[in-house]
Design a protein around this ligand. Structure first.
Ligand code: GLC
Length: 784
């Protein structure tokens, strides 16, 4: 955000601008264009994805993010002045003198061009790409960044940083996602700068609005250009390139209660019991750093957590899962197994002279594992038996920017052959990878839940993320939502924020409001710092407790829809929480700062976050028709509306034509429930469909066909609601379907379910008609 870096332009620093092409050749699937000082390597990954890598090195490159190989059909044409690489999706035009790269749609509309004067430049080791900026160009993306949805006119730095007490302006924060989407002239493109060095993005902030530029302190000008039309299609392509999440364990989608720290097993159990006694649904308890012996990773405090298995067994009996924190710093203490093993096998980062680097974190003086090595990742992963043996199934990776007090781990610190400046931004992801791969192996076929604070593009393959140490105020609540939505653009669907705010004490109103927003945050976790007041749902007042209970209950009712939403993330990379810029890209109101925090939760639910001090909200409803969830009131989209927004009723709207699968309230995801799948169908003018998905919620069997999937569709022209035939080998846990009709004619008394007339009942309170019938695997057709 804030301009706080400078490009040194001293005469001593050599400045080079990419010059003329001197030779062109194709080697295997790579088009190589040499200049006097550098070479550009162009490869095609798919018809919509072209990689351009401009380098001065001859060595092979490596990516932590990309999991795909180039396609084998790169073709080009050439004339005296230019080279053209064209696919059915896009066209890359390479001007030869001087070497410049411009991208177009397949039919020739400009998507993005190098600045003719500067293109790719080097200043010392720094490499920068200057690009043209279009009058109406907007930018979205970069993951966990403060600021507005539209990043035009702003600049950012990527340098993973432990940022306690950050403000809604602070930059950089904990994570690096050097991927953005550009929007102009009704067109879309994406650009992923795959460079792990400290990097910079300037979207016209410091260039008199004439250019945008991005660059890094080292490495190559190595980027992937996405030419597909449509933000969703670009996200799908980006996550095809960098990978997608796996189905999360179902329990991790329930309500999560965390605190730094519940100080003993007794306290953990007391809190868990209280949830059950008070009938507030919940699934997860956390142990923050105080469960350890002297903050030594993979140990338990022998006094306060004397019998971890006993505690976890008791938690399991109450249908709770436990997540424990791990930090990367290994305490320097001979006799502590992780230290001894790390020393014996040389697993830790060093200075160039081979001396081990020491930095101080919670345990005091620590060494830091070199997660870039296969054997270190394996060793780290295997160490989790200390946690999995008593029954832990969730692993919270913290302080992995990596953090050391004082923040500045010297650039001299080495991880194998790589120095700190090259790997800092990707250290956290490699730790999360080691944790994921190790625990996945140990837990056999069970899905581990991994949560990490630091991340780089591709982290979605291993872990969920949260947005670090936020604060207990409204601005942070709104910022958190923008960050969740922005992380969704960069492939991270499973994202959380510390609900209530990590630092400081929320007012009861803020806590209630943030909790009701949390229902629609992909990872629903309440967390607070050590010096704050207790935060559990019952500490606020009887009335507030009732609101919180009802809202958490709503989360559990929505789980069939949420789980299906995660399935969509796994299959296509489309996130659960979506900025409106994904579905309504060309609607400029969506970028208005007044409405920029609004988002779609899955395909059909629009949520408008409202500050805790407001009881009336101005909401922008994009095109289409909408219903307010709480009242069933109908609204025509493309309009701004003023609605009541008391603490009991966050403005949430359903898109007309939606079918939302829900269930009745359960106290945890492990509870069997009443076996009724509720299909809330909201009448509309347009046809619509939704893919319902279910599996065992716990294992990887779904990857071998043990899932339950069926398409739900609404067809107003033919007055038909269809539940298509079941696909997959899993048996649904719902043996009944309750069809609830919202906004249909009141005098509708019957429907025909597979040729049989079924009477509808009328629910006066919700003004809906409904009927219940058996869930069968064959297609079910409902005519109304
Ligand atoms: C860091 C984490 C926070 C955690 C604390 C103690 O500040 O961001 O979530 O509670 O460390 O482990």
């Amino acid at each position: 955000m804030v301009c706080r870096y400078y490009l040194h332009t001293s005469t001593a620093m050599q400045t080079q601008i990419l010059g003329n092409a001197t030779s062109i050749s194709k080697q295997e699937q790579v088009l190589i264009i040499k200049t006097a000082d550098a070479e550009a390597r162009i490869s095609l990954y798919s018809p919509g994805i072209v990689r351009v890598s401009v380098t001065k090195k001859t060595t092979a490159d490596h990516s932590f993010a990309v999991i795909r190989q180039p396609a084998n059909n790169l073709e080009y044409t050439e004339n005296e002045n230019e080279i053209i690489v064209a696919t059915e999706v896009l066209k890359l035009k390479v001007i030869k003198s001087p070497l410049r790269f411009s991208f177009y749609t397949a039919d020739g509309e400009v998507l993005s061009e190098d600045d003719e004067r500067f293109g790719v430049t080097w200043q010392g080791d720094r490499v920068i790409n200057y690009r043209k900026l279009y009058t109406d160009e907007k930018f979205i993306g970069l993951g966990e960044k403060t600021g507005d949805l539209n990043r035009r006119g702003c600049n950012y730095v990527n340098w993973n940083t432990d940022a306690p007490h950050h403000t809604p302006q602070t930059d950089p924060l904990y994570e690096t996602f050097p991927f953005f989407i550009g929007l102009h002239s009704g067109l879309t493109y994406g650009l992923f700068f795959d460079n792990t060095h400290k990097s910079y993005f300037d979207f016209g902030a410091s260039t008199d609005e004439t250019m945008s530029w991005f660059g890094a302190d080292g490495g190559d000008m190595n980027y992937y250009f996405f030419g597909a039309q449509g933000v969703a299609k670009i996200i799908t392509d980006y996550t095809w390139l960098t990978g997608r999440m796996e189905m999360p364990p179902l329990w991790s989608l329930g309500y999560q209660q965390c605190r730094w720290s519940y100080m003993s097993a007794k306290e953990v159990l007391k809190i868990a019991k209280k949830f059950r006694k008070k009938k507030i649904p919940a699934d997860v308890m956390y142990c923050d750093i105080d469960y350890m012996d002297d903050y030594k990773i993979f140990t338990w405090n022998k006094k306060t957590f004397a019998d971890p298995k006993g505690m976890i067994d008791e938690l399991k009996e109450m249908d709770f899962h436990l997540v424990t924190i791990v930090d990367p710093g290994i305490k320097v203490e001979p006799g502590y197994p992780q230290y001894d093993e790390g020393i014996a096998n040389d697993y830790f980062a060093t200075y160039p002279n081979g001396e081990r680097y020491v930095g101080s974190v919670w345990p005091g003086r620590c060494h830091f594992p070199d997660f870039f090595r296969d054997d270190v990742r394996e060793w780290w992963g295997a160490s989790f038996t200390a946690l999995t043996a008593p029954g832990v199934e969730g692993f919270w990776n913290d302080m992995n920017e990596p953090a050391a007090w004082g923040q500045n781990i010297p650039w001299l610190v080495k991880f194998g052959d790589r120095y700190m400046p090259e790997v800092r931004n990707v250290y956290g992801m490699e730790m999360a990878r080691a944790t994921y791969e190790g625990t996945r192996k140990i837990l056999d076929n069970k899905r581990p839940f991994v949560l990490t604070r630091a991340a780089y593009s591709g982290t979605q393959r291993y872990s969920a993320v949260w947005t670090g140490d936020n604060s207990a105020n409204d601005a942070h609540m709104l910022l958190g939502q923008r960050m969740v939505n922005s992380l969704g653009i960069t492939g991270m669907s499973m994202v959380g924020v510390d609900i209530g705010g990590f630092s400081g004490d929320p007012t009861p109103e803020l806590m209630v409001r943030w909790n009701s927003l949390g229902v629609y945050i992909p990872m629903f976790r309440n967390h607070a710092a050590i010096d704050t007041k207790m935060r559990e749902p019952w500490v606020w007042s009887k009335e507030n407790e009732a609101i919180i209970r009802k809202d958490i209950g709503q989360r559990y009712k929505l789980l069939p829809y949420i789980y299906s939403g995660y399935y969509q993330s796994c299959m296509s990379g489309i996130p659960l929480s979506r900025t409106l810029a994904i579905d309504y890209t060309q609607d400029k109101n969506v970028f208005d700062v007044k409405y920029q925090n609004q988002f779609m939760f899955g395909d059909a639910i629009l949520v408008a976050p409202v500050e805790s001090t407001q009881v009336i909200a101005t909401v922008y409803l994009p095109e289409g028709d909408w219903y307010r969830l709480s009242t069933g009131k109908y609204y025509t989209g493309g309009n701004t509306i003023e609605v009541s927004a008391p603490l009991t009723d966050l403005p949430v709207f359903i898109k007309a034509g939606a079918i939302i699968p829900m269930q009745n309230v359960v106290q945890s995801t492990n509870e069997k429930g009443d076996g009724v799948l509720i299909l809330d169908t909201w009448n509309g003018k347009e046809a619509n469909s939704f893919v319902y998905y279910e599996d065992d919620g716990a294992t990887y069997d779904y990857q071998n066909g043990t899932y339950y999937r069926r398409k739900l569709s609404f067809d107003p022209d033919n007055k038909r609601i269809s539940i298509e035939e079941t696909e997959g080998l899993f048996t649904s846990k719902y043996n009944k379907i309750k069809l609830v009709l919202h906004g249909f004619e009141k005098k509708l008394k019957t429907v025909v379910v597979n040729n049989t007339k079924v009477e509808l009942s009328w629910d006066k309170k919700s003004q809906t008609s409904y009927c219940t019938f058996n869930n069968i695997d064959e297609a079910i057709q409902i005519k109304y």
